[in-house]
Design a protein around this ligand. Sequence first.
Ligand SMILES: Cc1ncc(COP(=O)(O)O)c(C=O)c1O
Length: 384
Amino acid sequence: MKTNRLGVNTVCTHVGEVEDKQFKSAISPLFMATSYSYDGMDAKRYPRSFNSPNQVALAQKIAALEHCEASLIFGSGMAAISHALLGLLQKGDHVVFPEAMYGGAYNFVVKEFPKYGIEFSFTKGLSEAHFRSEIQANTKLIYLETPSNPLLKITDLKKVAKLAKAHDCITMADNTFASPINQNPADFGIDIIMHSATKYLGGHSDISAGTISGSQAHIDKIWSTSINLGGHLSDYTVWLLERSMKTLALRVKRQSKTAKKVAKWLAQHELVAQVYYPGLKSHPEYHIAKKQMNGYGGMLSFELNEGLDAIAFMRALGLVKYSMSLAGVESTILSPAETSHFLLSPEEREKQGIKDGLLRFSIGIEEKEDIIADLEQAFAKILD
Ligand SMILES: Cc1ncc(COP(=O)(O)O)c(C=O)c1O
């Protein structure tokens, strides 16, 4: 299907379907086969080759949403990150990573890269100058995460992409927090776009998956390593993910609208010390977010006033679930120090500005009034 004139909800619903020639069903049939005839066929199909019918179809939907030529789908966001980096890099290469990035990805880099002889350094801020000052003669790739997990820091995609091109480096962006609905890094010159599809793309807290999108040439390069590492997603889960993505734009637009309202409400609350949300004018990089995002997303973080027990507050919530992960249709909250950034030492967390009392809030699709009422009753409980 031609995608260039379709609106985002139409792409979510219709692009990348497996055509049911036999029964003409309205949705993609599911092919669970691990064995396909190759006699006279256009491809030698095998799930670990990332070319089963359902994988190929879903990859088209993801590539269309990210304004890219091609995509690959993996068993988790970390599989997507590790396969892409190992596919694009070799011994002796250097990578610039941002000071703010998902704890699991940080842990992968510091623990695994030395085994492969891949060099790396971290920026000491997120401006173009901070990235520039880390570039070395052997720098091959610049990695970004914007908005970042959990402090919603913003990196200027266009400036970093331009800098990378001038130094002949590949750029790779983790677009998980924004989702393809709120941000398309390829439009700003970023080469590789990654998602933990466990988050917004899945959106119902029941799928673990990851995606990589980019030019056909970059995806072919990653693919040639990925078939050796074997991190593809099972076809049943691919099929579920395709189903979930039909409502991606509907969900994310609503979550973003509610998150902005809740962020504003928290920012004026007398018991809240700090709110991190790129859609608030008080956010230090609001002007960059405004330029490169279509909406500011459903994620926010906040800190309570000194002396208040953030963990007790979190436990006092009722409707908002105190639980791992993010981006589901249900609102959830967690402490990054206890979860997503647990693998980092307290010093590493402090360097990233992640305080023990920081709470990361994922806004669901519930009514905003009910979310705010739940926050209000939790504030009342911890003051009791
Ligand atoms: C921003 C970001 N990137 C990557 C990942 C890793 O994804 P997964 O848990 O699906 O491996 C996560 C997980 O929380 C994340 O928040």
